[in-house]
Write a protein that binds this ligand. Structure first.
Ligand code: FMN
Length: 126
């Protein structure tokens, strides 16, 4: 990680938090660092893409239930010093779970917005 020029992470939301393998990776990296607050990514561009099956935006029933982004931002930007860009991709289960069929249009909008944000972030990484 110290020799990385840039970092791209694509992380799904699992049960309102980070998947356990991501948490384990963070724990191992911090354990192997020179100190618990070594800025391993100081000044480097870091893009975090979070994929979620549902929707958690303002006004939704589960607004505030995504506990993964704040935690990962704390580690990637505040502990490791990365120049963090977060891209959120919601409603990935629309088209998979028939109960979400009514959200087809908004899901398509979210998808387009996430792709546009990813393309923009990709330019900065290049
Ligand atoms: C074990 C598990 C837990 C999940 N928990 C949530 C959740 O809490 N909220 C949510 O919106 N989606 C949840 N999902 C759906 C995933 O976040 C979603 O399908 C995401 O797009 C997965 O990324 P992938 O398709 O790259 O694997 C969960 C999926 C799995 C397998």
């Amino acid at each position: 990680m110290r020799s990385a020029d840039a970092v791209l992470l694509a992380v799904p939301l699992y049960n309102f938090g980070v998947p356990q393998h991501v948490k384990a990776w963070i724990d191992v990296v911090i354990a192997g660092a020179k100190s618990a607050d070594e800025t391993l990514l100081a000044g480097k561009p870091v893009v975090l893409v979070v994929a979620r099956g549902g929707a958690y935006g303002p006004g939704t029933p589960r607004e505030g239930w995504d506990h993964s982004i704040d935690y990962q931002s704390r580690i990637l930007a505040d502990v490791w010093g990365g120049e963090l860009t977060v891209i959120e991709r919601e409603f990935t289960l629309v088209g998979v779970n028939p109960a979400l069929d009514q959200f087809k249009d908004i899901a398509a909008t979210f998808k387009d917005a996430a792709h546009a944000a990813a393309a923009e972030a990709g330019k900065a990484l290049g």
